[in-house]
Design a protein around this ligand. Structure first.
Ligand code: COA
Length: 375
């Protein structure tokens, strides 16, 4: 009834302008990888700890000449090519990352230089640990929805290289990758303007200025990740049971530091909402685990991890089918987004990116890895 009244007042073209989302997507990962079982051999650890205990399989590693910028630019080129518009139609480039190249110059400037993008465009970097890419996407959507964008589209990129000190407990969770999205008409997916955020200032994972590797309080980071999930799902459900909300989605995507952490959060969500364990485990197996297929082969790509999972979940969806996306960034900030598949989701053109990159990459031996890391 409401909808009919709206349609009578606003012409369809104007209504369409009020829908924003992902018009095109591109992904990129580095050209080398290490099997976590080889890392386990090197570190004298039972490989089951990494594969079963953490749920990891492989970690993407940059080769000489590859870094956070080349990954971001490669993903962006793929997204722009599929979108088909000229660079002059982009009014915003925002890069979410925690692999900053400079304390002042934004990563977006390095990427824009590589792409040849300049002129009437707002260009900036967004930092909030693994949440930065999601924040860049939210800002781009809200920029479009406010009308400030005019007819221009946004280029949003999440790009990171996750490396820990050799022998650090986080070493098996390393990875790297980038996801680029053109935010404009929702050909692939509409991103609902309503989302739920939750934040609490803590030190669970941080990298002091001038240091190469992060410091982590693993148990605190898990506790905060779980709390963020519990609170954002409850807030989005409102007066309804969280189970009803979850039932609306074909898939639930999570930020993936490593797959076991996601499983623990889903089990926590179940316990917080009084679901029995088999029901929660079933939900994890059917709606969450399949979204992490690519994450298990890429490793943690920080800002890009959630969007690698979303890219997987959107593959082959029919227009109108819905997914949820839980973003988490240490520090901490969390946000739950919902997306509705558009007409281009079924064909999933972006799926070719990871298939090509995964097929072409070179497996490092444990010796290669040790020589590269120097330990
Ligand atoms: N076979 C099977 N499982 C094994 C095993 C074996 N031989 N040995 C250990 N495990 C399991 C453990 O039981 C544990 O599983 P559980 O948590 O379900 O009990 C898991 O493997 C990890 O073992 P743990 O001893 O906790 O690992 P660790 O102390 O070496 O820590 C990390 C590793 C990755 C968990 C830790 O470094 C961490 O939390 N890192 C940071 C998290 C992060 O990335 N946060 C970023 C922001 S979200």
């Amino acid at each position: 009834m409401h909808f009919l009244v709206l349609r009578r007042v606003f012409p369809p073209a104007l209504l369409a302008m009020n829908h924003h989302g992902i018009a095109s997507m591109g992904l990129a990962i580095p050209s080398r990888y290490l099997d976590v079982r080889d890392l386990a051999d090197l570190r004298g650890v039972d490989p089951n700890k990494y594969t079963k205990g953490l749920g990891c399989h492989e970690m993407a590693l940059c080769a000489e000449g590859e870094d956070v910028v080349t990954l971001a630019a490669a993903a962006a080129r793929r997204a722009i090519e599929r979108w088909g518009g000229p660079l002059s139609d982009l009014g915003l480039i925002a890069v979410g990352t925690e692999t900053a190249k400079d304390m002042s110059r934004p990563l977006s400037a390095f990427v824009a230089e590589d792409l040849g993008l300049d002129g009437h465009v707002r260009s900036y970097e967004v930092k909030h640990a693994c949440y930065g890419g999601t924040l860049a996407l939210r800002q781009a959507l809200e920029w479009r929805a406010s009308g400030a964008s005019g007819p221009k589209a946004a280029l949003v990129i999440a790009s990171d290289v996750a490396l820990y000190a050799p022998k650090d407990p986080g070493e098996p969770t390393q990875g790297a990758g980038a996801v680029a999205m053109i935010v404009a008409e929702p050909r692939i997916a509409e991103v609902d303007l309503r989302s739920e955020a939750y934040a609490k200032p803590v030190f669970d994972f941080w990298r002091p200025v001038g240091e190469s590797f992060p410091k982590v309080d693993g148990p605190l980071s898990l506790e905060c990740y779980n709390l963020g999930a519990e609170r954002t799902f409850a807030a989005l459900a409102g007066d309804r049971p969280v189970a009803d909300l979850v039932g609306e989605f074909e898939a639930l995507c999570f930020h993936v530091p490593f797959p076991k952490m996601v499983k623990k959060a889903v089990m926590h969500l179940g316990a917080a909402n009084g679901w029995d364990e088999p029901t929660t485990a079933g939900l994890f197996e059917t709606k969450v685990m399949p979204t992490m297929e690519d994450n298990r082969r890429v490793g943690n790509a920080y800002t890009a991890s959630l969007w690698i999972s979303v890219a997987r979940a959107l593959r082959g969806l029919q227009a109108g089918q819905r997914i949820a996306a839980y973003s988490y960034g240490s520090g901490f900030g969390a946000e739950l987004l919902t997306l509705t598949a558009g007409k281009d989701a079924a064909a999933a053109a972006w799926a070719a990116d990871l298939e090509a990159d995964l097929a072409a990459r070179r497996r490092l031996s444990a010796d290669d890895y040790q020589a590269w890391r120097g330990a």
